[in-house]
Design a protein around this ligand. Structure first.
Ligand code: GAP
Length: 448
């Protein structure tokens, strides 16, 4: 990992580009900003949507054995008791009695033993003011209905997975699937993280892309290996540099309360190696607990063998926001061109928010009219951008920062022969092609 000041600089540049170009804004910024919450701007919403759609296509549309679901965020609180989240979804929390800051117990900045006189607060520097660690539940609570009392407490889901478990029989029966089969969903999750940070990496509101694969007990090891390999392949196909990706197996101290085995897919962010997706063997933990708590049989009858069992679950759990951050961080480059530094997002063209930008070279001599016609034609198929402001060089640079893979320029010759130049963001090569062939040209280039 790079030195801390260099890390801050890289992240600062990424956050600044994200704001400047409309990828990500601070939530409630005009009120000073709601720290660990972020909003996606015009380009960010497209990038994240492209990633989610790609995930959905590969998980649901391209597989016969996976069905989609969109369960509600609010669920019966009994779900979270049965799943173990009420009792066990906690992080150890330490308070400073002097400055009132709060820390996770594993915060590397804490020196000494919290609760003892030698412990030093990393923020105010006082000694002996840190409390011993206590368990802090990460679930957000609110009230259902008009009365704010204990009986009305309801939680914002901290993972989307439970919506799948409680619907597993509904989906199985409605879709006439047989085990092994999976259920996939994309949706918001909420965690009252003690120390959120690193831009959109750790936030209190985020989106997950989760898939629960139900298998016969005993087949879980093989399916676990299968999904581990599949997910790494999928991530690499996003164009992320493979040398910045690795697996990390959870040690006994790291395993979640439901997991028998777990691997993270990690990316080397500017702030170090960190997880953005997990593959978990959750055994029959969740379904057994829901069966016991609800009194509803969640067994599966395998017709070929006449055996009844509660399926084991292999889960793939990705963060849509963290995957978007991986894609952004990996695409960010500063390159020297003709004595100048250009900032460019080398996004996989199919993920790029804008597929092309259309530029009339000058605003006269029939060029804007032709450029508008081409733009109107292209946007029936693609998300494209029209820009006639400033020098052509500046217009190229703006689109480089947005990660737009193709710049289409309409010049004097275009008006004569209906051809245009197409500039490739990465190679900077320019090709002259017939305007009528642009849709097919882009379709070819945007494959993959
Ligand atoms: N259902 C299993 C589960 O939720 P997890 O490892 O706690 O497992 C899965 O979370 C993924 O969700 C993470 O790899 C990460 O991408 C995303 N995620 C979790 N907490 C997050 C947070 N506070 N901010 C942003 N993304 C988060």
């Amino acid at each position: 990992m790079a030195a801390p000041d260099k890390v801050d600089k890289v992240m600062e540049k990424l956050v600044s580009l994200a704001k400047r170009r409309g990828f990500v804004f601070q939530s409630s910024e005009i009120y000073g900003g709601l720290g660990p919450v972020w909003d996606y701007g015009p380009l960010g919403v497209e990038l994240k949507k492209n990633i989610k759609e790609r995930w959905w296509r590969s998980m649901v549309h391209e597989r016969e054995d996976i069905e989609g679901l969109d369960a509600a965020i609010l669920m019966d609180p009994k779900v979270w008791e049965a799943s173990g989240h009420v009792a066990g979804f906690t992080d150890p929390l330490i308070d400073c009695k002097q400055c009132k800051h709060r820390f996770r117990a594993d915060d590397p900045r804490i020196k000494g033993t919290p609760g003892a006189p030698d412990a030093q607060c990393p923020v105010c520097g006082n000694k002996g003011t840190l409390t011993v660690a206590r368990q802090f539940n990460l679930m957000f609570k609110t009230f259902m209905g008009p009365v704010e009392e204990q009986a009305a407490v309801i939680y914002l889901r901290p993972e989307t997975a439970q919506g799948i478990y409680v619907n597993y029989l509904n989906v199985l029966q409605a879709s006439r699937q047989k085990i092994p089969f999976g259920v996939a969903q994309i949706g918001k999750a909420f965690r009252n993280e003690i120390t959120p940070g690193n831009f959109t990496f750790r936030t209190r509101e985020f989106e997950q892309m989760e898939m629960q694969f139900f298998v016969k007990p005993g087949a879980d090891g093989e399916w676990f290996e299968f999904w581990k390999a599949e997910r790494m392949k999928w991530v690499q196909a996003l164009g992320v540099r493979p040398e910045r990706l690795r697996f990390h197996q959870h040690g006994p101290g790291e395993l979640a309360h439901y997991a028998k085995d777990a691997y993270d897919i990690e990316y080397e962010f500017p702030f170090g190696w960190n997880e953005f997706e997990g593959i978990h063997n959750r055994t029959d933990f969740d379904l057994s607990r829901h069966q016991a708590a609800s009194g509803k049989k969640l067994e599966y009858l395998e017709q070929a063998t006449n055996e009844r069992f509660i399926p084991y679950v292999v889960e793939t759990s990705a963060g849509a926001d963290r995957t978007t951050l991986v894609v952004l961080a990996d695409a960010y480059r500063e390159e020297a061109i003709e004595g100048e530094t250009r900032v460019v997002l080398r996004l996989l063209p199919s993920l790029a928010p804008l597929k092309a930008a259309v530029f009339p070279l000058v605003n006269k001599d029939g060029m804007p009219e032709l450029a508008r016609t081409i733009f109107d034609d292209l946007r029936k198929t693609y998300n494209v951008f029209y820009d006639d402001g400033g020098s052509i060089g500046r217009r190229y640079r703006r689109q480089d920062e947005a990660g737009t893979p193709f710049g289409i320029t309409i010049d004097g010759q275009s008006v004569q022969d209906q051809t245009v130049t197409v500039r490739d963001r990465d190679t900077l090569l320019q090709e002259r092609i017939a305007a009528a062939k642009l849709v097919g040209y882009l379709a070819e280039k945007l494959k993959g």
